[in-house]
Design a protein. Sequence first.
Lengths: 316, 316
Amino acid sequence: MRAGVDLGGTKIEVLIVEGERDVRGRARRPTPTEGGAAAVVEAIAATVEEAADDAGVDGGRLTGVGVGSPGAVDAAAGTVGFNSNLAGGWKDPYPFTDELGRMTETPVRVANDVDVAAAAELELGAGRDLPSFLAVWWGTGVGGCVVLAGKQWEGNGAAGELGHTVVKLGGRLCPCGRRGCVEAYAGRAAMEARARHLHERGQHTKLFDLMEKANKDRLTSGVWERALKEDDRLAVELIDDAYDALAAACGSVVNLLDVDGIVLGGGLGTRFGATAAERIREKMRPHIFNPTRDPAVRPAELGDDGGAIGAALLVR
Amino acid sequence: MRAGVDLGGTKIEVLIVEGERDVRGRARRPTPTEGGAAAVVEAIAATVEEAADDAGVDGGRLTGVGVGSPGAVDAAAGTVGFNSNLAGGWKDPYPFTDELGRMTETPVRVANDVDVAAAAELELGAGRDLPSFLAVWWGTGVGGCVVLAGKQWEGNGAAGELGHTVVKLGGRLCPCGRRGCVEAYAGRAAMEARARHLHERGQHTKLFDLMEKANKDRLTSGVWERALKEDDRLAVELIDDAYDALAAACGSVVNLLDVDGIVLGGGLGTRFGATAAERIREKMRPHIFNPTRDPAVRPAELGDDGGAIGAALLVR
């Protein structure tokens, strides 16, 4: 049995996996809000122990622990750096696998969070029969992973920044400080900032009332979904802009790489599933240059567990 | 000795190559303006014969003829279809290698024009020491070719359409009928249409006077160069827009694929060479997400002969 860890901005999700994808136990804790990398690693170790208990196995007996992490992950060195969101943030590469390995007394491997989720879709999910595809991870930010002839393309380790594809020169401000990135239109953080700005300037929207009713302090995927159901005009407009931006970026990738399809995951991608896939396909089609191409757009199959299941694949 | 054919919209350029890149003979003819694929193939056969004469070799004694062609090239089938520019145009796949082989009595191979030029840069030119790069062919249109870990990525045969990367949603009209493509800003055909439109609406420019002085009927790379030297305001603006669009597309590809560099060729790319490479690098840098990346941008090394030299590599 192996542990797969999905390290996110708000929560640490650990699954104990047997075989390829049989889940034997699970545990979840909030991601520490301060203390940097050391606090994060300590919280992961505790969550792994708890998940192992849930599976009825001794933590030290696990074959290994695989972690999907945001930030600048160096899988070969086992380090994670440039993480501005987690636990108050840290910049320098932290010896992630060494420290977590010491605490859990098992081998540890770490990789980029979108890459492990894409690996799970490639081996076990929506990408199984797609020789080449683009994974689009649509959530707080927009991540990507290119799979070519059955293999993830990592470049020199920094590939996959689909969110910072320029879709509108001189366009909307992105949380990264640039203008016109996909993420400026489609990232949940950017969409929330935009909604807040327009709301403060007097534009009517139910988004923030729905947020309070749901007892949240940010516009979660669930809040966006609710607002769309109630036909909130601002929500409809902003989500439409997001689809436009995602579709343009996907179309451009299809034109350049002639991949066989798109697999859509992430918090928002999973929440809106087949509807989102269909909207992106519709909006992408007019951008595709070769008239004989009509690539599939599919929702990720492994849902919210995909990240942790993919992480567990790291320590097979 | 092998023949390499660079089939272009206005001319057929044939080199007789020995070894990797020693040019032993050459010939050039205008591309037929009517008669479709059959007329093009006939003209190629005559130009090959002429180039072989120039090299002092009998045409039938050549090891083979390699052709870099625009249009929808199926290299495996040896066909070329969807060619709207050459000889009045044709749509259905034409048995290109069979027909040309019959006329020249040698083995013939055909591949996409940008791909063969990129192959020449990869083996013999600016891409020799770049494990992964994006080739940008900036001319009448904007073509591309992605080289990953030393190999050209072809997708299912339709990869490389960098010119139809969306850099401005809802932006300028592209000759392809879409909006906001790179080619709408950077393609020579689109730039000329834009200049003509603005000139007719009263905007001052020397571009068309320079064109007439040079005895041309279109805005060639040379005409653009001259106008820039004379600091023609419209020319400066349009070329600046082109650099913005090319740089955004290149930056997006670097973010997604983490390639080691960009190699810049094509009619305009070759004409403006190192200056263009430097301008694109400057304008690309702000788009690059990972602060440790600063990919090289280099002019193609083989210049105007690159296409034919690359084509000759097809029949080694």
